[in-house]
Every structure is written in C-alpha cells, then in structure tokens.
Design a protein around this ligand. Structure first.
Ligand code: NAP
Length: 284
C-alpha cells in the first residue's frame, strides 16, 4: 500500500512538495478538455521520502506521465529508465513520460518553454548581441541550455553567489558563458540584447530585483521568468524605460504544452484563452 491513489480516468499528474500552488492542473485539465479526452490530471503532494512510492504507484496505475517540480527535479533521476539529452545535460527533469513498453523517460521542457514563449512574444529579440542571465539555479541551467542553442554569441552570467555561476559556466557553458560580477550588472546591461532574470528575486515573498537599466540599448528585451506577481518590479522598471518586456507566465504555459505534446502527441493551445485562465487563477 503506497498511499497514492488515482482516479480511474487519471492519465497524468504533477508532483512537488508542497504542490497546492501549482497551475499545472488548471492548464492540463483545460487542454484535456479541449482535446475531448475523457481523462484527468491531478496534483500530488509527495514528500521526499515518498518519491519512490509515488513512482511505483504511478507505474502500477499506468499514468502516461507526470510533471515534476521542486524539490524532486533532481531526486527523480534514479527512478527513471532513460533521460532525454537535455535532461541528461541539465541533470534535472520536469516531465516524465511512460513509453508503450512501460519504461520511464525523463525530459526537461523548461528551456523549450522559455524559448517558445520568447520567440512568440518578442520574435525579433536581438540574437546578434550577448544575453545577460541572472541566476545560477535550476531555471538558469535550463535557460542557458536553451540560449546556447541559439545564435546568441555569448552569455554573461551573474549570480549573487558567484561560485555557483562559475560552476554552471564550467559544466554547461561550452566556452560561451562568461561570469559577470553581481556588482557589475549595470555595466553588463549595456551590451545585452536580452536580459533574463531567472533568480527568485521579485517573486512574492522575496525582495524585488532592482537593476540599473539606464545603459540598456533601446531594443533590448527584458524577460522575467518570475510570474507571481505577473508584472514584477523588474518588468515595470523595464517598461518605464521603454524596453520590450516579457512576463514569465508564458514560459510556464509553454513548458506545460511541451509536456502535453510528449504524452498525448497533441498540440496544446497556448493562446490568449489559456493566458486569461492562468492570470485569473493568479489574482491575489
Ligand atoms: P533555485 O534553483 O532555488 O535558484 C534560485 C536562484 O535565485 C539562485 O540563483 C539564487 O542565488 C537566487 N536568489 C535567491 N534569493 C536571492 C536574493 N535574495 N538575492 C539574489 N539572488 C537570489 O530556483 P529555480 O528553480 O532556479 O527558480 C528560480 C525562480 O524561477 C523562481 O521564482 C521560480 O518560481 C521561477 N521559475 C519560473 C518558471 C516558469 O515557468 N516561469 C520555471 C522555473 C522557475 P544564490 O545562488 O546566490 O542563492
């Protein structure tokens, strides 16, 4: 007896600890409905010591797959049979897919979600200039992996704890990631075509990210992956400065849509209706 139960119709899930704030059930339930599938998606609170039990229960039930969020993105690896190349490179999984023969494959769709949304919201973002990425956590790793696949010449990486940025640069950078001191951010913005916040700064309960944007070029795009609140202090400051801004909710929607495609081979709607649904749910 594992303690995890699933509705007969349940085909997919999200696990985390805690999980109550997740928007994934809202998004996937909408997409399943749109695809006219008589199927459900639910959230499961999975304590770290119960991860193995969840995987066993999900295998028994025959879930098509599940999303993985904090704190399980790395801890899930030993329970999987194979990793897709991006997940292997990042050492982190946000989507598990069960194949026809029952084996479990780990994917990471965060970087795909970021790029799909960036390319949709600001298709002319200046890829010919370097990008400035703030942060060196899991989201920064996914972002760097995705940005390194673009024609962006190099990436300036800054993190409060500089040593973490140096580690990330060494592990993933392929010689195209330069670590910039957190105190030199103002200068670094001058050359950047894209400024991307992947830190938790600006998120509800954290201090705002205050970045000197005075030297940023007029065509610079500022992307904040924090989506709670939807419009962070960084986004507001960039908009006041006249820069193009992109809010993080789209990354969340697109990484979910990529997972939906992996499980069901169906394109999920990432249009205004889905944004409106998620924005409504995020209202305080
Ligand atoms: P993480 O692995 O815990 O990394 C947190 C990052 O934030 C680290 O770089 C950390 O710097 C930095 N940080 C935290 N507090 C700070 C402070 N007071 N001053 C300066 N830097 C600070 O977290 P994560 O998984 O990368 O997630 C980061 C953020 O991205 C969260 O807000 C998360 O909700 C959001 N996110 C959004 C999406 C989306 O789909 N839009 C997807 C994933 C994550 P140190 O190394 O110095 O501690």
């Amino acid at each position: 007896m594992t303690g995890f139960t699933f509705a007969d119709t349940q085909v997919a899930a999200v696990i985390g600890y805690p999980i109550s704030q997740s928007l994934s059930p809202l998004l996937h339930t909408y997409w399943l409905h749109q695809a006219e599938m008589d199927a459900s998606y639910s959230a499961h609170d999975v304590a770290p010591e119960a991860l193995g039990d969840f995987v066993a229960a999900a295998r028994d039930h025959g879930l098509k797959g599940w999303n993985v969020t904090i704190p399980h993105k790395e801890a899930i690896l030993p329970y999987l049979d194979r990793l897709a190349p991006t997940a292997r490179a990042l050492g982190a999984v946000n989507t598990v897919k069960r194949t026809y023969d029952g084996s479990l494959i780990g994917f990471n769709t965060d970087g795909m979600g970021l790029m799909a949304h960036l390319n949709a919201a600001a298709p002319t973002w200046p890829q010919v200039r370097p990008a400035l990425v703030l942060g060196a956590g899991g989201a920064a790793r996914a972002a760097l992996g995705a940005l390194l696949a673009t024609s962006c010449p190099f990436i300036m990486l800054a993190n409060r704890t500089r040593s973490r940025a140096e580690t990330v640069s060494k592990e993933l950078g392929r010689g195209r990631v330069t670590v910039v001191d957190w105190d030199d951010l103002g200068l670094a913005t001058a050359g950047a075509g894209l400024i991307l916040n992947t830190t938790s700064l600006g998120m509800a309960g954290y201090p705002p990210l205050s970045l000197d944007l005075a030297q940023a070029a007029a065509d610079t795009v500022v992307y904040d992956i924090v989506y709670k609140p939807l419009r962070t202090a960084l986004i507001k400051a960039a908009a006041r400065r006249g820069l193009r801004t992109v809010e993080g909710l789209g990354m969340l929607i697109h990484q979910g849509a990529a997972a939906f495609k992996l499980w069901f081979d169906e394109d999920a709607d990432t249009g205004p209706t889905v944004f409106a649904l998620a924005e409504e749910a995020l209202k305080p």
